[in-house]
Design a protein around this ligand. Sequence first.
Ligand SMILES: *Cc1c(COP(=O)(O)O)cnc(C)c1O
Length: 383
Amino acid sequence: MHLSTKLIHGGISEDPLTGAVSVPIYQTSTYRQKKLGQPGEFEYSRSGNPTRLALEELIAELEGGVKGFAFGSGLAAIHTILSLFQPGDHLILGDDVYGGTFRLLEKVFKPLGLSYTMVDSRELSQLEGALTDHTKALYLESPSNPLLKIIDLEKSAAWAKEHDLITIVDNTFATPYLQQPLALGADIVVHSGTKYLGGHSDLVAGLATTNNQELAERIGFYQNSVGGVLGPQDSWLLQRGIKTLAVRMDAHQKNAEIIANFLVNHSAVAKVYYPGLTDHPGHEIAAKQMRGFGGMVAFELVDESKVANFVESLEVITLAESLGGVESLIEVPAVMTHASIPKEKREISGIRDGLIRLSVGIEDITDLQEDLERAFSVLNEER
Ligand SMILES: *Cc1c(COP(=O)(O)O)cnc(C)c1O
């Protein structure tokens, strides 16, 4: 089956009991046991629920994992994955990972004894430099957030394997439609289902999967023990979103490419970050490991002081956190999504105060371009 077919028919896509083509929402916490001490496949909905299972089987199939896991948010998924480590363990992570991942490590896991080093993970020499006797994992995002840095996942995972490290990849920006990290050598993939997978800005969810049976058992143990599972309603909604991922992603990419080129040619724009641009430093690697360049674009204005004016002047494009929905969303990472990273750390990794991140939606491209043009002209009037 091709991936766009798997999105629709993969995992458990029908109700075996009734033939319903949409898996029903099993809104139940518990299940009748016919014989004492012999529960059926499901016994309690934290441990397992048929609607959630359909989604879990789907993400495993899409990413090439042996088992999938659904959580109440992307961060709940990441929290469960980080629970695999012990006090004293050390992790190496990319220097512009999602702000919330950084906060989780710094404020929740570091006090419990987990340590980490952030490096520019595009450079193997930097990974080498960060390696200690206690390093247990390499945690990567590609394309990264918000700078859309591209990491060679195959090369990094091979390096990690040589050093007996687990490679964890946050695949939220690319989705399994564009990139499959497990096939490139990663061990665990995590997702914020809130973004492209859900795709309609109407739910918060997280997913994880692995192709390693032993890791799958450990993740399952923590999922059930910590309990941050996704409810049946949202599991259903997320599975519904995933069915249209291919058509949405194609539309996102088509618009993003046009917007990136439009911004490159605009005199008020100083710099554009989009892996589809041939002068993007990760362009070749992205072309090799991804099916397309995604729907995220970041840029800097020539006049950084105009950032607030610019984003507030937009009418179609919405000023909001999050990304990956059908509607275009714009944000300023230094003030919004990445505010939890201290300014010095942000600047070292290149996230300047004037950086703008645009999640290009699937609206008519003319409306998006006119909206940007309008906001640029407001800046000119103010001079
Ligand atoms: C949003 C996001 C997360 C966190 O997911 P939530 O669903 O908001 O908890 C993690 N990683 C990336 C790359 C994200 O964009």
